[in-house]
Design a binder for this molecule. Structure first.
Ligand SMILES: [Zn+2]
Length: 489
């Protein structure tokens, strides 16, 4: 990223064991070249950077987000379950041009950097289907922000009405034909686009890499999932899907497959070290063991799980089973922000502060497939966040790691360096024009809300029906509710 040499002096450095000690760092070619006692001698013309009264931590890594959510902030009602959210997803992302896709990713990147996050795994949806131009626009936004990212087109070959058996029949007759007629992008076209994206990746893979995001197994046919796995092997890229995020998904998987969700994916050959799974809430012990056996990684999204009422992920069980777990925020319209400090604090099930921080750094790095991020150590990328130690939650300073994990909300972030380049300093993002982004976002939101007004209105009505159907599925599994009416609560 930069050929410059920089020496950071005077900081309190948090090492991979969670210990904080005064240490200076030398950075060359964007990587950490040396870590040594304060004042150590550096030959040549390294530019000095002061970290006096700062805690130096590795940049947090967001293992699961959706950049398209940023332009949709504030548009999702509260008390909306996952399936109700998905019912309205069309309204939130249709009618967008390439510049809207860039803008949404730039807004998302700006929030992540401001809150001390230096890399993310982004599943980006485009409707009616993925495009090389759209994914390039998202990658461009991360490049311009100076952030590291894995960018995956989020894809499927079924609508939610095709994904959930019995849903169409449960809708009132007046709506049935309209929603049964909806279809996802044709499979051949989707994979031709994905191949084009993977074969012609135009970005520096040290900073931005491609991946694939089959959205939810139930929303993908078996041949579709197998083609994703095959492309991941062919191009050596990561795959990420949403797994057992809702109780409904786990229940319907048993109806559809006659097996557990993970059992079915295993039988397809879909589980591998290429795969990471977001949420992973409604799993039994056998499914957790299968994921561990296959080397599948997990992206844990506690704030989104709270927002959508999805449930509490069995993080301790997954860690005990040897799974690698990272932490993610999920989209800005389901969590409702890109604050990795908050997501880390919410990593529930009473894991230790040290564990939670390890998940948000090295665990997430493993989900992204970047080997040399997530730790302040020689040979690692210089992705470093400087936290002000005069922030109230650090005073008095006894246990920096613990005080950071339980007390930090991003407000102490003073400097963010990615690949040795300072991208944020003293409250100002140096790589993007945030005032301009704000103007563009307000204009785009106004235009898109008008263009999608009909979809929002019809989506809200049908979302209530879908929510009632799924609640019945999730709670009882069988029998399916025979009829739902628009008047249901
Ligand atoms: Zn998600």
């Amino acid at each position: 990223m930069t050929g410059r040499r920089t020496v950071i002096r005077g900081g309190l450095l948090l090492d991979s064991q969670g210990r904080a000690a005064p240490q200076d760092l030398l950075i060359e070619d964007g990587r950490i070249a040396a870590i040594a006692n304060p004042g150590f001698e550096v030959s040549g013309d390294a530019e000095p950077v002061s970290a006096s009264d700062r805690l130096l931590i590795p940049g947090l890594i967001n293992s699961h987000t959706h950049s398209h959510g940023a332009l949709n902030r504030g548009a999702v009602d509260d008390k909306v379950s996952l399936e109700m959210f998905l019912t309205g997803a069309g309204a939130s992302t249709r009618s967008r041009g390439v510049e809207d896709k860039y803008l949404s990713a730039a807004l998302s990147a700006a929030e992540m950097i401001r809150k001390g996050c230096t890399a993310c795994f982004d599943l980006s949806v485009e409707l009616p289907g993925p495009s090389r131009e759209g994914i390039s626009a998202v990658a461009r936004a991360y490049r311009d922000a100076g952030m590291r990212a894995v960018v995956a087109p989020m894809i499927a070959d079924r609508t939610i009405y095709q994904a959930l058996p019995g849903l169409i029949d449960a809708l009132p007759e007046s709506l049935r034909a309209q929603y049964a007629a909806l279809s996802a992008a044709p499979i051949e076209q989707t994979f031709a686009t994905c191949r084009d994206i993977l074969a012609n990746w135009e970005f520096d893979r040290r900073q931005i890499r491609p991946a694939l995001g089959p959205t939810i197994p139930l929303h993908c046919s078996d041949p579709f999932l197998m083609e994703c796995a095959s492309l991941a092997r062919e191009y050596t890229i990561p795959l990420q899907t949403h797994l057992a995020e809702s109780r409904t998904q786990a229940a319907i998987a048993r109806t559809r497959y006659g097996a557990s969700l993970v059992g079915h994916l295993e039988s397809l050959g879909f589980l591998s070290e290429h795969l990471s799974v977001a949420h992973a809430i409604w799993l039994d012990d056998d499914e957790i063991a299968k994921l561990g056996h296959a080397g599948v990684r997990v992206a844990h999204n506690p704030s989104s799980n709270l927002r959508l009422g999805s449930g509490v992920a069995p993080v301790r069980k997954m860690l005990s089973a040897g799974l690698t777990v990272g932490i993610g925020t999920d989209a800005s319209n389901t969590s409702d922000g890109q604050n990795m400090f908050e997501a880390t604090r919410f990593a529930e099930e009473w894991i230790s502060a040290g564990n939670a921080f390890e998940l948000a750094t090295e665990g997430s790095a493993s989900v992204l497939g970047f080997e040399k991020i997530g730790r302040l150590a020689v040979g690692y990328e210089a992705d470093i966040v400087f936290l002000r130690l005069d922030s109230t939650h650090f005073v008095p300073l006894r246990a920096p790691l613990l005080q950071m994990v339980f007390g930090e909300n991003g407000a102490s972030v003073q400097t963010v360096m990615i690949g040795g380049r300072v991208v944020f300093q003293d409250g100002k993002l140096l790589t993007l024009d945030e005032a301009l982004l704000r103007q563009q976002a307000e204009a785009a939101a106004h235009r898109l809300d008008q263009a999608n007004a009909d979809l929002y209105a019809s989506g809200a009505a049908v979302a209530r029906l879908v929510g009632a159907f799924c609640a019945a599925q999730g709670c009882t599994g069988h029998p399916l509710p025979r009829k739902l009416s628009l008047a249901c609560p």
